[in-house]
Design a protein around this ligand. Structure first.
Ligand SMILES: Nc1nc2c(ncn2[C@@H]2O[C@H](COP(=O)(O)OP(=O)(O)OP(=O)(O)O)[C@@H](O)[C@H]2O)c(=O)[nH]1
Ligand SMILES: [Mg+2]
Length: 299
């Protein structure tokens, strides 16, 4: 007799830079979420679908939890709350290299959210590849166990895909019997335009420093097949100030040229076809605090 299928939604939550997006990409085996060493890389909720035999796990990758200062960050925290609400299982993830005790990593407000929820909670301790003495993990496990919040605690390395199989097996245990939600061939539901804008933002995150990546948003203005097989993509790089526009462009346009080159290569890899990419820089004063502008940008 065929085994019943299990399926459900998993909210991956945690501090910025904990490795949430790296984990989802590693499990799905595709770059769905952009990753960077800078915090606050993910700004929206990104769905990744893992299907295997009788199991379908729908991951919700979320922005890192912070105290919001801008409307943009308030919206980002809205995605976290929404994902916790929609999920069958909550998966908080912590970075062991930043762990300074459970209070510190799970401030009271987050602990309260987790405690209030009756859903299963599987905690992942990430980046254990950086730990050379394995017994260093034990006091961390002990401290976290004492919180009595988590049903399971699993050490992993998202970057090296260590122990991620154990994580999937554990998820299987807690997921409800359910038909699949999506076609098993599907990896995500975001439109291609979204991935393209994220890949441009990823190049901005890697090429610029300080406030610039945080003040930048990407808006795709054209996305169409122009000449045979070649795609024409036009995008606005939106910044908050004239000075940031000057930094993005660089002397004689050299910075934006190399940015465009880097972004084009990753877009071509993603789409699997040649691309002509054109970038324009636009100043939109305080867009991060402007509700209607944020709405326009898909937040
Ligand atoms: N050594 C090590 N580094 C990791 C691991 N997982 C993620 N990283 C690195 O940590 C950094 C942040 O990873 P992300 O996946 O972008 O983290 P995130 O939690 O999605 O961050 P936000 O989107 O900003 O909330 C990147 O430089 C990753 O390469 C891991 O298991 N080991
Ligand atoms: Mg992320």
């Amino acid at each position: 007799m065929n085994q019943p299928t299990r399926a459900g939604f998993i909210a991956i939550i945690g501090r910025p830079n904990a490795g949430k997006s790296t984990l989802m990409n590693a499990i799905i085996g595709a770059k769905l979420s952009i990753v960077s060493p800078k915090p606050q890389t993910t700004r929206k909720r990104i769905l990744g679908i893992y299907s295997d035999n009788n199991l379908q796990v729908i991951f919700l990758d979320t922005p890192g939890i912070i105290k919001p200062k801008y409307e943009l960050q308030k919206n980002m925290m809205g995605y976290v709350a929404e994902s916790i609400h929609d999920a069958d299982i909550i998966v908080p993830i912590i970075d062991i290299t930043k762990f300074k005790g459970p209070e510190n990593y799970f401030p009271d407000d987050i602990q309260e959210v987790l405690r209030k929820s009756a859903k299963p909670k599987i905690l992942l301790i990430n980046k254990v590849d950086t730990i050379f003495k394995k017994n260093e993990i034990l006091p961390v496990l002990d401290g976290l166990n004492k919180l009595h919040i988590f049903d399971e605690i699993i050490p992993i390395s998202a970057l090296k895909s260590q122990n991620t199989d154990a994580f999937i097996n554990t998820l299987q245990k807690y997921l409800p019997e359910s038909p699949f939600y999506y076609d098993p061939d599907l990896l995500s539901t975001q439109p291609e335009k979204f991935f393209v804008s994220e890949l441009i933002r990823e190049a901005v995150l890697s090429d610029y420093r300080e406030e610039v990546p945080y003040s930048t948003e990407i808006q795709i203005t054209e996305f169409r097949e122009r000449t045979k097989g070649k795609w024409y993509i036009s995008a606005d790089i939106i910044v908050e100030r004239k000075t940031q526009k000057i930094i993005i462009i660089g002397a004689k346009g050299d910075k934006i040229k190399s940015l465009g080159e880097k972004a084009r290569q990753s877009i071509e890899l993603h789409l699997g076809r040649p691309v002509y990419l054109e970038l324009f820089v636009k100043v939109r004063d305080k867009w991060r605090n402007n509700k209607s502008m944020l709405k326009n940008l898909g937040y």
